[in-house]
Design a protein around this ligand. Sequence first.
Ligand code: G3I
Length: 296
Amino acid sequence: MQSGLLNDTRYRTTTAREFNYLTAEYEMKWGAIEATRGDNNFAAGDDIVSFAASQGMDVKGHTLLWHQSVPSWVSALSAADLRDALAAHIRAVAGHFRGRVHAWDVVNEAVSDDGAGLRDTLFRQKLGDGYIAEAFRLAREADPSALLFYNDYGGEGSGAKSDRIYDLLRNLLAAGVPVDGVGLQMHVSANNRPSDAAIAANMRRLADLGLRIHISEMDVKVNGVAGSVDQKLEAQKSAYKSVVAICVAEPRCEAVTFWGVSDAHTWLTGETPLLFDAQYAPKPAYTGVLDALRRR
Ligand code: G3I
């Protein structure tokens, strides 16, 4: 969800009619809240939570700790000061939304793209590998009612990054770190995505750790698909239907979140990756998702 779109009637009515779980696309990130140290602005996040409450919808907070959208003043901090600022941030944000969000993406995208290990972020450099566990413990303390998720991309199916995410979560759980679930972002292309079997197997091994599974940011790019627009949209429909069907078939897969409502507002400009077109008309992809949800 983008709070700035709530004054768009088509956005509001489509979102309220079609979905029951909202993730803040930007409004709850560190850089959006604390541009100036110690001065937290929750207004946009509150708008999202208020809208969701008015519609009987749940909210996932996104995201307490990520190496992007970090306030500019953070990078200059000493290790000790960064530790204090991060703790204060998590306590303030998770505390502010306490009891009003269903879940948090506590840590986002902490594993390196090549799957060799942890991403070499400012947080890892200054705080060490333990920063991830610390973030989860702070979040649990600040909002015991929220489910706590690790969220990442590129590890939806098989491969080195998927294995490293699995190892990270297994080790965190073994250490008693309060992780409740994993978000598989699922930013894929209709002509290039993990196989159904690989996604299902990966979900199953994560579920066997006791984790809840969310598909957390799904969108499906089409420009790489050869052929007419209709052929691109059919390939997109097939991808959405297959992936959502995998979630439906996995008992521990509890939610599918799409990274936007309409192609008019997507981070993937020009890829028409979502379920509704720029005029908010449902696309074949929308029908594919319904078919999967109805086990057709
Ligand atoms: O709202 C401000 C505006 O006040 C300001 O004038 C303008 C210029 O600086 O920036 C606006 O904020 C932008 C924000 O989106 C809201 O539109 C940020 O610059 C821009 O960086 C931000 O991009 C978001 C990006 O994450 C970085 O936070 C995208 O919308 C969002 O789709 C994208 O989402 C990420 C997930 O969080 C993590 N997974 C990958 C996914 C795609 O990158």
